[in-house]
Write a protein that binds this ligand. Structure first.
Ligand code: AMP
Ligand code: GLY
Length: 416
């Protein structure tokens, strides 16, 4: 099977790594990719947002499956263009990706499907915002309605800060604060059948102890020893299947991966957000534990045959990933700094720990930083204690001037 992956993050590197280990994959391509993905896939300098260019590339390469990683091309309809060229594509249509692209749309789908979520108001004026903030009280939750790479949400006790964020956005969703730990559950779906993956937990704040600004995610781990073993079944029944059914009922079937960002509150599971793609960095730990070869699974979702798939097989091992970010991330990051220690990780820590690249590029013989989240180190182990030890051992070998990473990824769950 010839596979083309679209995107350039650590999530796409994780997808490419798993696909490269799948014996069914005979050729692996990625556009545009990064310096790490180049080690497992052939890179093509094609704009991931350009559906015509992506489908032309897929056609030229004789691709059997295109996997679209990030939300922006999905919302822009890149999967539609590939589909129109007659090539199986893993990733929802632009219309279906609105479940991530518009918080207001997602709320409407959830209301219709009876999916538990925070109560909310969609507001377009300062008066509406003030009324909604007053109705819910502090802590205030204000979300930009559009795509914002995980950074469009402000959660604050400061009423003026909440109003200022709303004023900076065109349309916002103001919602009740959900108290309780967060869990990410991804499900593969062909629009009808829903196959949930193992749950994971992301660390959204920049600094240890969940301090600092929201980011795209600074680390993740799986499994979650502290959750009810029936959590995934419950989420399938109350969240994932009803949402997929509602999308189909609306004539906009959702096929690809549906990402449910959940809060485990004292009143039960509530959806914080849906995404229309794999989460980053959670994908790194979920795929590290998936034993079933990936290509056939993604192809089944693309072709509407998930119902025929054997149950997925999972490793009993734990996985932890730690993101190494540039100086000043999530503000405008500094780029162009050389990254050292990558060979040392490959020599000393593989196969239990490995580096997945995100914002990197090759500069002559060197690999340099090229984005906010530069790379993530993923490690597996007998349990979370061992997986996190291995991850942090490898992180310590990486040199990147001014870089930052959290030191407490999976610490609480590992009991350390
Ligand atoms: P989102 O982009 O919707 O995932 O929001 C980013 C982060 O903001 C989430 O991971 C939560 O940590 C936080 N957040 C979003 N909505 C709420 C809410 N209703 N209550 C509490 N925290 C929230
Ligand atoms: N890790 C959060 C996200 O992918 O949106």
């Amino acid at each position: 099977m010839k596979v083309l992956v679209i995107g350039s993050g650590a999530r796409e590197h994780a997808l490419c790594r798993s696909l490269s280990l799948d014996p069914a994959v005979t050729a692996l391509h990625c556009a545009p990719g990064n310096a790490g993905i180049a080690e497992v896939a052939e890179l093509h300098p094609v704009d991931p947002m350009d559906g015509a260019a992506v489908s032309a590339l897929a056609t030229d390469l004789g691709t059997d499956l295109v996997v679209v990683g990030p939300e922006a091309p999905l919302v822009a309809g890149v999967a539609d263009a590939v589909h129109a060229a007659g090539i199986p594509v893993f990733g929802p249509s632009g219309e279906a990706a609105r479940i991530e692209g518009s918080k207001a749309f997602a709320k409407d789908v959830m209301a219709a499907a009876g999916v538990p979520t925070a109560r909310s108001y969609v507001c377009s004026s300062a008066e509406e915002v003030a009324r909604a903030l007053d109705a819910f009280g502090a802590p205030y939750v204000v979300k930009d309605d559009g795509l914002a790479a995980g950074k469009g949400v402000v959660v604050t006790h400061d009423l003026d800060a909440a109003k200022a964020h709303a004023a900076a956005c065109e349309r916002v969703v103001v919602e009740e604060f959900l108290d309780g730990p967060e869990v990410s559950v991804f499900a593969l779906t062909d629009g009808e059948t829903v196959v949930p993956l193992q749950p994971s937990q992301d660390f959204k704040r920049a600094l240890d102890g969940d301090e600092g600004p929201n980011t795209g995610g600074m680390g993740a781990y799986s499994p979650l020893p502290w959750t009810d073993p029936k959590l995934v079944d419950e989420v399938l029944e109350t969240v994932l299947q009803p949402t997929v059914d509602e999308m189909r009922r609306r004539g906009i079937p959702f096929a690809g991966v549906l990402y449910a960002g959940l809060a485990i509150t004292s009143r039960g599971v509530r959806v914080i957000e849906f995404n229309a793609r794999f989460g980053d960095p959670e994908t790194q730990v979920v795929l590290a534990r998936l034993k079933t070869p990936l290509a056939g699974v993604l192809l089944a979702a693309a072709q509407g045959t998930l119902a025929d798939l054997e149950p997925l097989r999972w490793s009993e091992e734990a996985a932890v990933t730690v993101v190494v970010a540039s100086h000043n991330y999530p503000g405008s990051p500094r780029t162009g700094d050389p990254i050292t220690g990558l060979d040392a990780v490959a020599a000393e820590d593989a196969p239990h720990a490995y580096v997945l690249h995100a914002g990197t590029r090759r500069d002559g013989a060197a690999i340099v930083s090229a984005g906010g989240r530069v790379l993530s180190v993923t490690a597996t182990g007998e349990d979370l204690v061992q997986a996190r030890e291995r991850a942090y051992t490898a992180v310590a070998r990486i040199g990147l001037d001014g870089s930052q990473h959290r030191t407490d990824i999976a610490a609480k769950a590992a009991g350390v």
